[in-house]
Ligand binder design. Sequence first.
Ligand code: PLP
Length: 391
Amino acid sequence: MTVRLATRMQRLGTETAFEVLVKARALEARGKDVVHLEVGEPDFDTPENIIQAGASALQNGWTHYGPANGLPDLREAITNYINGARGTAYDASQVVVTPGGKPVMFFVMLALLEAGDEAIYPDPGFPIYGSMINYSGATPVPLALRESSGFRFDIEELKSKITDRTRLLIINSPANPTGGVLEQGDLEQIAELAIRHDFLVMSDEIYAELLYEGTHHSIAALPGMQERTIILDGFSKTYAMTGWRLGYGLFPGNLAESITKLMVNSVSCTSMAVQRAGLEALTGPQDKVAEFRNAFHQRRDLIVNGLNAINGISCVMPKGAFYAFPNITGTGKTSREFADLLLEEYGVAGLAGTSFGAAGEGYLRLSYANSEANLNKALERIATAVKDLGL
Ligand code: PLP
């Protein structure tokens, strides 16, 4: 039987990484060896002190419902961390703790956007941005990011996309899938536009701690911007906690109340034991964060230099996150064709650049959150694939 769905379901997109993972697992089940560079998650285990905090929370009665917006101690720790690291002045009442950073996107779009509104988002960019803008009924307005400018925003192009219907702009620095970073000057120009045209900014800063050059700047710290910025952040990438599902948003004005209402209407609250683990993550030793960052830095250099040594492929050096975004136009294949070829024939699972928007054509996204041995294996296989194409 085909269940009749609400028409709004046609507007919902997806995240291809999970589909490619399923396809890769099916190939493995048939005996094929696959190097997994498709899913964006650290290959490290969660640091031991955080696991202990979560386990002892479960043993000590943190097994009940709790406040919909999150535990006060954790919201306080998040506020201290963000204000210290970003130079903002948020109050703990502006924080809502969510099961992962992703629900912040979901809730923000539902709370803010409706038919007739427009929201601008980066292309290539995290696929859920466009999906959720569409789902809200608003019009998604992609802003192309180009390799020639290090995948930063072209401010003139951004200006051309702003109308009197623009309600929201999404920025993501360091960025998935390109590893591009917005510089302080870019943020200043974006802030000036947000204030002049009176729109909000959702700043996805989930990779802020994975920056290999310079310091991270948040648009929320610029004059007049905290009151029109939503910061999205979380524990998945920084503390290798993807499966725990723990993230948060910092919201301007009265928005935290509406986001809390959406929490009550959906998941009630984020798991208490997981929040206790998050408290340990933020307030305990931070040496693992630096260790992970250093490992990713080395792996970045390994994969990007390796890709640049392969005929038909070129790759700009990403400044942050853990993704390489090589240009594969020299292979004569489309993104999808090359990604499929690599997976099916050569056992390298990566994502087509087009999984992140139309402007991703001509690119692949390879997550280098994997061991150096696996990255070397993937590079050898890609080099063979390219050689077999006659390059
Ligand atoms: N934002 C970006 C840019 C991401 O790449 C991801 C995960 O891949 C997230 C947010 C959401 O992460 P999580 O829901 O695991 O906290």
